[in-house]
Design a protein around this ligand. Structure first.
Ligand SMILES: [Zn+2]
Length: 193
């Protein structure tokens, strides 16, 4: 796609193969959901993309509503983090701007949310966040988690959003380390400085 002289829209996608993996998935335990997003993160690394994945699941029946993976490099978009992709796709699927309008939804993510994704969570309408790898695991391979409060979990709980994690940390951290070993791009906002 040729870039326009002046932008009029943004086009963000996940690969049809990822959608096919996630579409009929039901995962009604935190461990099962974490296993799924960790597998998607590994799949995304194999596609040459960032080592992060997330999903939105309906807590009433475990149905996967959306899958998000990091698309920063391929989309030329620093906002295209897995959690933001999953939230936007779920809201498109359910045709709402707050998932709370539609029921009880959990954001499951292969790594603790960064400052931006943390900021997106209260507006998403999810009632719960569960994560696998920790900030320490993410920063150990050079990614910047941004200026997020150390009390981020308590901050979300104070807004009525449950937080659970780390769950399945070692498997998710190994996906991060595998990405580092293969020389994956660490795309922080500092222009590589
Ligand atoms: Zn993020």
């Amino acid at each position: 796609m040729t870039a326009p002289d002046f932008p009029e829209q943004i086009h963000l996608t996940i690969h049809p193969d990822l959608a096919a993996m996630a579409r009929s998935l039901t995962a009604d335990t935190p461990e099962a959901r974490i296993r799924a997003v960790t597998a998607w993160a590994k799949w995304n690394v194999d596609q040459g993309e960032g080592p992060f994945a997330a999903g939105i699941f309906n807590l009433a029946n475990g149905a996967c509503v959306s899958a998000g993976v990091n698309r920063v490099v391929s989309s030329s978009c620093s906002l295209a983090h897995a959690e933001v992709m999953a939230i936007m796709l779920a809201q498109q699927a359910l045709q709402c701007f707050s998932l709370a309008e539609k029921g009880q939804y959990v954001l499951t993510t292969s790594a603790e949310p960064c400052a931006m994704c943390f900021g997106a969570i209260p507006w998403s309408g999810v009632c719960e966040v569960e994560y696998a790898a920790t900030r320490e695991d993410v920063e150990a391979i050079g990614f910047d988690e941004g200026p997020k409060s150390k009390t981020w979990e308590a901050d979300l709980r104070a807004r009525g959003i449950r937080v659970a994690g780390p769950i399945g940390r070692e498997e998710a951290a190994e996906v991060l380390r595998a990405y580092a070993r293969r020389g994956g791009i660490v795309y922080n906002g500092d222009a590589g400085a």
